[in-house]
Structures are given as C-alpha cells and as structure tokens.
Design a binder for this molecule. Structure first.
Ligand code: ZN
Length: 345
C-alpha cells in the first residue's frame, strides 16, 4: 500500500509501506480522506515545527482522516464492514497519571499520529490502509468522508471553547482565519457566542470566516484601524481565541479585551512576547489549549446533527497521486482553506 512519507523539508514521497497485522480489538480501515493540517505543512516546508521538533527519520504524515471499515479484529463489536468512520489520531496510554485523571490529551506516553515529537517518530495516517484500535473510531454515518476527516480539527476547537468556559451571549474575537480560526467561529457559535469578529492579514482567508457566520471580519494588513473602536474604554471582547500563533495578533487582541476576559491561545507559533501589563491590569485569564480527547466523538455528533456545517471550509480535494500538489495548494492562503487528499471513495 502507498503512504505519504516526509523525509526532509520539501522531500515528500508517495511510497510503499507495510501494513500491520490485525490484532484483537483492532479494525482494518481503508482510508477515504485525509486533511492537510498546519503541522503537516510545517514538516513539509521546514522539516519540523519550531526549533525543537525535527524530522529525524522518514515519517508518514497525517492525522485528520476518515475511512471505511474493511475487517474487524477479534472481539470488536459495534462496527460493520463498510461503515464510514472518523478516526481519532489521539492514542493515549490510559495508564499514566494524566490518563487516570481524565486528561488524556496530556498523556505522558501519547502516540498521536504523524508526530516527530518523540523518537522513534509516531507514524501518521496518510496511507491507503491502516490498522487502528476500534476505540479510535467514531461512526460517521450521514457525513461525507471529507466532513468526517474534519472531526479532528473541529475537536481542537471544541476543546478550546470548553477551556474558555461560558460562551453563551459572549463577544468573541478570533485572530487568525485559518482552518482552526474558522472552525472556532463554528464551535463558539454552536456554544452560544453572541458576536464573533475575526481578524487576519488575508482577504481570501477572511472570506471563509464570513462564509461560516462571522459577524464581521477585519483585514489587519489593510484596515487595522477598524479594530480601534473595540479598544475604547476598558475594551470590548469577553473571549479571545488566538489562532495565528503570531505575537502582533495576540497583542492587538489583548488590547481589545474587557476586564476579566479570557485569552485562549490555540495558535502554535513558538514562544512569543505577551503584553503582561495589560493582562495584569485588566485581570485577564491567559489559557492554553492543546489537542483534545473526548471532544472527538462530540465533533462527529455535532456535524451529524447539522449543528455545525464544516463543508464550506473544505476548499480543495486532490487524489493521492497529486498529494504533493495538494500540499502546495494547502500552503497557499490566497486560495486554500482546508485542502484534503482523497485516498479512496
Ligand atoms: Zn497516559
């Protein structure tokens, strides 16, 4: 079977890899769709993420996938051959102290697909077939394979919204209109946010935020003064979802926050400077949000119940043979929001 393997920066290959044998409790999945994430793009463009995470051996990329069940291992129930499933890339050990506390996203032995954080690296899911634990699978009946593959990034945003606390009636600023920023629009709205404003430097990216229901968008490259009205008095927004990982976006966002607001950092841009004085004087809460766990199943359900429609965000779908072209498209913010690879139909 073919897989998409990163060797080093700009050296991405479609090559043959071996399929694991199916064991008890596992299922064999024919991968249908895989979404290209920002971290996949970092591995492709830079051979790593930041200064600390580097690709040191060939690694199969990918962690946003859906597929069809092809075979059930011994003892697996609740699934049938042919079922469309969303596959969670989150594989905690369920044995460490954080797993015991229900904080699986902080598992000390996490084996998250397509991550060069540990060595040997954790191989990813951009492959024609994969053997996975049945408990990673969530039935996605009624969804397209593309939607099912959006379960993962949507889970990241649901986790962020949950970390932000009460959302009902809140005024929300989202900095960064990439896939996570736009999915945060949907997640915050589903949780009851009253007003959502999104900033970015790219009009094409902001158009997607508008498409999924942002009340207003501001291009900070062209019209940063439009944000000034929200700095008046002691600020305006109750919650900031910082999804760009860029220090200027965080600083601009904090300047618009009202006292006791919550600053949620989701963007991963390495270490950045924080306007600490404003944080102190306005009594803001600065919180991080990293990955997800139980939100994965909730994400799939919310899409099935049509409470969240991610389809407008899927901008490109390419065949496996064109995967490298897909990575180039995914990295071009003037045209792509979420680019996906079709492994099979
Ligand atoms: Zn654990």
């Amino acid at each position: 079977m073919r897989s998409i393997v990163i060797h080093k920066a700009k050296d991405l290959r479609i090559e043959e890899t071996q399929l694991d044998t199916l064991k008890a409790g596992e299922v064999l999945i024919r991968i249908a769709t895989g979404g290209i994430c920002g971290s996949d793009l970092h591995y492709y463009n830079h051979g790593g993420i930041g200064d600390t995470i580097k690709v040191k051996e060939p690694m199969i990329l990918g962690h946003e996938v859906s597929g069809y069940i092809e075979e059930l291992g011994e003892g697996v129930s609740g699934f049938a051959v042919g079922d469309l499933i969303a596959l969670s890339p989150s594989r905690p050990c369920n044995n460490c102290q954080y797993c015991a506390e229900g904080l699986q996203n902080h598992c000390e032995n996490m084996r998250f697909y397509g991550s060069a954080m540990p060595f040997p690296h954790i191989q990813g899911a951009f492959r024609e077939k994969i053997v996975a634990n049945a408990n990673q699978c969530v039935k996605a009946n009624g969804l397209t394979a593309g939607e099912a593959a959006m379960g993962e990034p949507l889970s990241v945003c649901l986790h962020g919204v949950r970390r932000a606390g009460e959302m009902l009636g809140k005024k929300v600023l989202i900095t960064g209109s990439g896939p996570i920023g736009t999915l945060c629009v949907l997640a915050a709205r589903a949780a009851g946010a009253a007003e959502i404003i999104v900033t970015d430097l790219e009009d094409a990216a902001l158009a997607y935020a508008t498409k999924v229901g942002a009340d207003k968008v501001i291009n900070m490259a062209k019209a940063s003064a439009d944000l000034d009205q929200y700095k008046a008095g002691k600020g305006y927004f109750d919650v900031l979802f910082e999804c760009s990982g860029a220090a200027p976006a965080l600083a601009a966002g904090i300047s618009t926050m009202r006292p006791r607001g919550v600053v949620m950092q989701l963007g991963l841009g390495g270490d950045m400077t924080v306007p600490m004085q404003a944080l102190t004087a306005k009594e803001l809460d600065l919180r991080g949000s990293f990955r997800f766990h139980e939100e994965f199943e909730i994400a799939v359900r919310l899409m099935q119940q049509k409470q969240i429609d991610v389809r407008p965000l899927i901008s490109h779908t390419v065949k496996l043979d064109d995967a490298i072209k897909g990575f180039e498209i995914a990295g071009d913010r003037t045209q792509a929001m979420k680019a996906q690879i079709e492994f099979s139909t």
